[in-house]
Design a protein around this ligand. Structure first.
Ligand code: ZN
Length: 242
């Protein structure tokens, strides 16, 4: 079985359509979404609609939760808060209901998923460096956990001796005795300096994780942000992948 694992779409319909188009061309039937469908971008309803149609297995992100009043947005930075409060005003009741009922984590036969961290997914903690990753291996059972939230693709590996290394977003095959926490990057607002949309594919027979980068119409996504009077920096950053 091949799974496309996508995360952090953030209301960027152009990026979402480009990624789903590539997934279709790759003929991958199973699409899994790690949350943050909305927030930041100018097309929250369009993205909710797209994910509902093509992606039956979805978990909630902090921006989804913030947009429907499930989590406080007080700690969001001002631009993020402005965008999420605007998102709240444009979603339909039905779309809000859909987001509100998404689970915080999900188990698959070969892997597990969470938006932020597996110790307490509703706390929305950020996992960026290997020192933070070590203790988190105690909070899931399998060999492989996928997460999003930071918008930076990375692989944390824990070997049989318990040593944790961050190894960058390079394709890899699971090794025996090694466990992995993998960030698949962001579809709609990459932050690792590469503006192309990011996602990963897991192939369960070969136990291989492959990272993809896909170009999309950044100018059109920027236009949608500005047309809706959202903070200008949310449009500018898309061009830089920061
Ligand atoms: Zn996010």
């Amino acid at each position: 079985m091949r799974y496309a694992i996508i995360s952090d779409i953030h209301g960027n319909l152009q990026a979402a359509e480009a990624v789903l188009g590539l997934i279709e061309r790759l003929d991958i039937g199973q699409i899994v979404c790690l949350g943050d469908i909305v927030g930041y971008g100018g097309d929250p309803s369009g993205c909710v609609d797209l994910i509902r149609r093509f992606c039956p297995r979805v978990i909630i992100g902090n921006h989804d939760a913030g947009a429907v009043g499930l989590t406080s947005v007080d700690y969001f930075n001002p631009a993020a808060r402005e965008a999420v409060l605007w998102t709240d005003t444009v979603l339909s009741d039905e779309e809000r209901n859909y987001l509100r009922n998404l689970p915080y984590e999900m188990d698959f036969e070969d892997f597990q998923i969470v938006h932020s961290t597996p110790d307490d997914p509703a706390q929305w903690k950020y996992l960026l460096v290997e020192e933070e990753a070590g203790p988190l291996f105690d909070f899931f059972n399998g060999r492989l956990l996928f997460f999003g939230h930071t918008h930076v693709p990375v692989v944390f590996r824990r070997d049989a001796e318990g040593t944790v290394h961050a190894t960058g977003a390079d394709d890899f095959i699971l090794e025996k005795q090694v466990r992995y926490i993998v960030n698949v990057g962001s579809v709609g607002q990459p932050r690792d300096g590469d503006p192309r949309a990011t996602f990963a594919v897991y192939e369960s027979e070969s136990e291989k994780v492959t990272f993809y980068r896909e170009p999309y119409d950044i100018a059109a996504a920027q236009k949608r942000i500005l047309q809706n009077d959202l903070p200008q920096m949310l449009a500018i950053r898309l061009a830089f992948g920061r």
